[in-house]
Design a protein around this ligand. Structure first.
Ligand code: GDP
Ligand code: IMO
Ligand code: MG
Length: 431
C-alpha cells in the first residue's frame, strides 16, 4: 500500500488544501508533519468554503483519522477555536478522528508577542513579513530545549517546571525588547484550563502510525508552506522556521524514510509569494495585477495581497530535487485563461552568465534576472475542466512544456477551487 507526501513546491498557497482533500478519499490517515497555524488551506466543496490552519485538510471528509505530528508547533487555543468553527460547519471531530502527538511543542502567547515585536522593530531589509503567529519563536524554543510540550500538560508540577524554564529565557528577551515580563500565574492558569481538551486528543502518534502502516493503511502526509520557504533550502532568511520538504514527513510523525512511497509536489501554474524576500519572476505590471485578481491572491491567514509572477521552472527543478518529487499537481491553470502570451523562466542571467539554478547567497539572488521562454496563451476557458479533452491545445502545450522543463510528470491537474474540478492523470496511491 502506498503512502503519499504532499508538499508545496513554491512559496506556499499552491492549493495543497484542495489537493489533500481530493486525495484524502483514497487515504485512511491524513497527517500534518510541520508548520503550524501559519498555514491557511482552503477547501471548496459544493460551494461551501472551509478554511483550515492547524487541522489536516482530510478532516472534512469524515471517517478518516486526522493527525497532528510532532514536527508541528501547536497553539492549543487556536486549535480549540478552529475545531469549534469547523464543527459549526457540520464536521465531526472527536478523539477517535483527531490525534495529536504527545511530543508536539506548544505555541504560547509569548511566542506570538515576540514574533510581532521583532517584526515591528525590524528595519527595512530585515523584516521577514511573518504571519505573526509565533512560529519562529516556538521552533527556537524547541531546538533550545525549553518548549512546553503536549505531554507536559498532564502533570501540574511538570507543567510549572517547564513554564518556568521557558519564562527564564523569555523574560530576559522581553526586558531587552522593552516588553512587560510574563504573568506566570495567568499563563499557567490558561494552560491548565485548556489542558483537558488538548489531552483528550493526545497519543503516541509514532506508534499508532507505524502500526497503521503495518496493517496496510494508507497515510497521506500534508505539508504546509512551500519548499522555497524551507529553513534550509528556501530563500533564507526570508523563510519559515521548519523543514518543509518531503524528508520532514517521516521525522515529523516518527516514521522511517522508507514509509514514503510517492512525493507529490503542488505547483501553481504561475508563482506567488506573501511576505518579504527575493522573487525573480515577480510582476509589478498589469500582468501581475491580472494574475492577482483572477487568482484571488489574498492570504488566507493575514489577508495580505500576494505578490504574483510568471512560472519559474528553474526554481521548480530545485524543489523537485530537494523533495524527490515523483509527480506534481498543477493548480490554477484556469487563472492563465485569456493571456495572449505566457512566459516561463527557464534560467537566470547573473552578470552576463547563464545559471540554471538560483544561487544560495541572497546578494547573488538579488542580481539574478530571469531568462524567459514565451508561449502562446489561449482564449478559451479551462475553468472547471474535468478531462484533458476539455482543455484547449495551447493549455495542453503549456502543461507539457512545464513537465519537460522541470523533468517531473503531472499527476493531477486542478482547474477551479471546487473539489471535483480536478483531472487525474496518475494516481499517487496506486501500487
Ligand atoms: P494552500 O495553502 O496551498 O492550501 O493554498 P490556499 O488555500 O492558501 O490558496 C489556494 C487558493 O486557490 C484557495 O483559495 C483555493 O480555493 C484556490 N484554488 C485551488 N486550486 C485552484 C484552481 O485550480 N483554480 C483556481 N482558480 N483556484 C484554485
Ligand atoms: P500555506 O500552508 C504562504 C510565509 C510568511 C513569511 C514567512 C515566515 O498556506 O501555504 P512565519 O509566520 O512562518 O514565520 O512566516 O513564511 N508563510 C507562508 N506563505 N503560505 C503559507 O502557508 C505560509 N506560511 C508562512 O508570509 O513570508
Ligand atoms: Mg495557504
Amino acid at each position: 500500500m502506498a503512502n503519499v507526501v504532499v508538499v508545496g513546491a513554491q512559496w506556499g498557497d499552491e492549493g495543497k488544501g484542495k489537493i489533500v482533500d481530493w486525495l484524502s478519499e483514497r487515504a485512511d490517515v491524513i497527517a500534518r508533519f510541520q508548520g503550524g497555524h501559519n498555514a491557511g488551506h482552503t477547501l471548496v466543496i459544493d460551494g461551501k468554503v472551509y478554511k483550515l490552519n492547524a487541522l489536516p485538510s482530510g478532516v472534512v471528509r469524515g471517517g478518516k483519522l486526522s493527525v497532528i505530528g510532532n514536527g508541528v508547533v501547536l497553539d492549543p487555543w487556536h486549535l480549540v477555536s478552529e475545531i469549534a468553527k469547523i464543527r459549526e460547519q457540520g464536521v465531526e471531530i472527536t478523539p477517535e478522528t483527531l490525534m495529536i502527538a504527545e511530543n508536539t511543542p506548544l505555541i504560547l502567547p509569548i511566542h506570538g508577542e515576540l514574533d510581532r515585536a521583532r517584526e515591528d522593530a525590524a528595519s527595512k531589509g530585515t523584516k521577514i513579513g511573518t504571519t505573526g503567529r509565533g512560529i519562529g519563536p516556538a521552533y527556537e524554543d524547541k531546538v533550545g530545549r525549553r518548549s512546553v510540550r503536549v505531554a507536559d500538560l498532564a502533570d501540574d508540577k511538570t507543567l510549572e517546571t517547564r513554564v518556568d524554564r521557558a519564562l527564564e529565557h523569555h523574560n530576559a528577551l522581553r526586558r531587552g525588547l522593552g516588553i512587560d515580563e510574563v504573568d506566570r500565574d495567568a499563563l499557567l492558569a490558561r494552560l491548565k484550563e485548556i489542558a483537558p481538551e488538548i489531552l483528550s486528543y493526545a497519543a503516541p502518534v509514532w506508534k499508532v502510525l507505524n502500526e497503521k502502516r503495518k496493517a496496510g493503511k494508507r497515510i497521506l502526509f500534508e505539508g504546509a508552506q512551500g519548499a522555497l520557504l524551507d529553513i534550509d533550502f528556501g530563500t533564507y532568511p526570508f523563510v519559515t522556521s521548519s523543514n518543509v520538504i518531503a524528508g520532514q514527513a517521516a521525522t515529523g510523525v516518527g516514521m522511517g524514510p522508507g514509509a514514503i512511497d510517492f512525493v507529490l509536489g503542488i505547483v501553481k501554474a504561475y508563482t506567488t509569494r506573501v511576505g518579504e524576500g527575493p522573487f525573480p519572476t515577480e510582476l509589478l505590471d498589469d500582468d501581475g495585477q491580472r494574475l492577482g485578481e483572477r487568482g484571488h491572491e489574498f492570504g488566507t491567514v493575514t489577508g495580505r495581497k500576494r505578490r504574483c509572477g510568471w512560472f519559474d521552472a528553474a526554481l521548480l527543478r530545485q524543489t523537485c530535487a530537494t523533495s524527490g518529487m515523483n509527480g506534481i499537481a498543477l493548480t490554477k491553470l484556469d487563472v492563465l485563461d485569456g493571456f495572449e502570451t505566457l512566459k516561463i523562466c527557464v534560467a537566470y542571467d547573473l552578470d552576463g552568465e547563464r545559471l540554471d539554478y538560483l544561487p544560495t547567497a541572497a546578494e547573488l539572488q538579488a542580481r539574478c534576472t530571469p531568462i524567459y521562454e514565451e508561449m502562446p496563451g489561449w482564449s478559451e476557458s479551462t475553468e472547471g475542466a474535468r478531462s484533458w479533452a476539455e482543455l484547449p491545445a495551447n493549455a495542453i502545450k503549456y502543461v507539457r512544456r512545464v513537465e519537460e522543463l522541470i523533468d517531473c510528470p503531472v499527476a493531477l491537474l486542478s482547474t477551479s477551487p471546487e473539489r471535483e474540478d480536478t483531472i487525474l492523470v496518475t494516481d499517487p496511491f496506486a501500487d
